[in-house]
Ligand binder design. Structure first.
Ligand code: ZN
Ligand code: ZN
Length: 333
């Protein structure tokens, strides 16, 4: 008998004391409009580390984090969703009540929560999710590449803010979001030059292995757009320092530092500053299509696939691993 038949599943649990443990949790049966998904892979996001360190955003305990999940539909109470379908799960949990939700901008919901924060997420063998969150994975796209769809949707939404005339883009930060942004710029905007600035030398090497231009120190040449995926102290000021007239800075990292830029400079140079968060459903469809179109371009972004035990130690900060995107693979009994 499988563990799901017995009603229990293995998971990485975050206790109220912010300690991570390997344990079991009940497999909840899906209710109307819900689906039970067997998790194949779940990507680790930088925001998980923040939630684990602070307990921020979490609404139930013990929590099961993980919001970049792909898997197979195991049980469905929605006639439109077939059992056995491979799916990516939309990570957003909008309130459906606020004015923005009602006009279809769920990604901008005033009370937005994320999978794993308000209800159990993907660091488990199974997860129950609303059926509207599912996006079918194209047959030709392997799940270990499709697991990039959620962060790539975040990136694709960010790139909607690029000026139409941009010919040069600089990305601050060579983490998963920075790397995905560089690859997606090259795929989506033919002829646009893109460069990553990453201060850690080992990461520069990792990024270059993915055929992306990366430097440790910016050349200082002016570019049409800067994407701040680093969020270090003064990163947005650095971004403006390398911007052409009429250029745009897109902030995507949750940087804490205050902006020093005089408004007068913004006006005189015709600069724009945009904050970008989350995505809409259309971006998930687009990112799945982008991955299916060029899986080999993106495959190398997943540098580590780990089991629950290794993932627990990594999430707890007990181990460091060189790599770009780390992915958890539950080993089903
Ligand atoms: Zn995330
Ligand atoms: Zn809302």
């Amino acid at each position: 008998m499988t563990s799901v038949a017995m009603g229990q599943m293995r998971a990485i649990l975050l206790g109220r004391d912010l300690k991570l443990s390997l344990g079991t949790a009940e497999v909840r049966r899906p209710e109307a409009g819900e689906v039970l998904v067997r998790v194949e892979y779940c990507g680790i996001c930088g925001s998980d580390r923040h939630a684990i360190a602070s307990g921020d955003w979490i609404e139930y305990w013990p929590a099961i984090l993980g919001h970049e999940a792909v898997g197979v539909v195991e049980e469905s109470v929605d006639p439109a969703i077939r059992i056995g379908e491979r799916v990516v799960i939309d990570s957003r949990r909008p309130c459906e009540q606020c004015a923005l939700c009602r006009r279809g901008a769920r990604g901008l919901c005033e009370s937005l929560t994320w999978m794993g924060e308000s209800a159990p997420g993907g660091y488990a063998e199974y997860v129950v999710v609303p059926s509207w969150t599912l996006h079918r994975i194209p047959d030709r796209l392997q799940s270990e590449v499709a697991v990039l769809a959620e962060p790539l949707a975040v990136v694709d939404s960010t790139l909607d803010h690029l000026p139409a005339t941009a010919g040069t883009v600089r990305i601050l930060g060579g983490g998963p979001i920075g790397v995905l942004a560089a690859l997606r710029v090259a795929q989506r905007f033919a002829g646009v030059e893109v460069e990553i600035v990453e201060v850690v030398p080992e990461r520069v090497g990792l990024v270059r292995q993915l055929s992306v231009d990366a430097v440790q120190h910016s050349s200082g040449s002016r570019v049409d757009a800067v994407i701040d995926a680093a969020g270090y102290v003064r990163s947005v000021d650095d971004a403006f320092a390398g911007l052409t007239n009429g250029g745009t800075v897109i902030a995507i990292a949750l940087g804490e530092s205050e902006l020093q830029l005089p408004v007068r400079e913004l006006v005189e140079h015709g600069w724009s500053l945009v904050g970008s968060i989350g995505f809409e459903a259309v971006h998930l469809d687009r990112s799945l299509a982008a991955l299916a179109e060029a899986p080999e371009t993106y495959r190398g972004v997943v540098t580590e696939i780990m089991d629950f035990a290794v993932a627990r130690d990594f999430l707890a900060g007990r181990t460091t691993l060189p790599g770009v995107k780390m992915v958890v693979k539950p080993s089903h009994v």
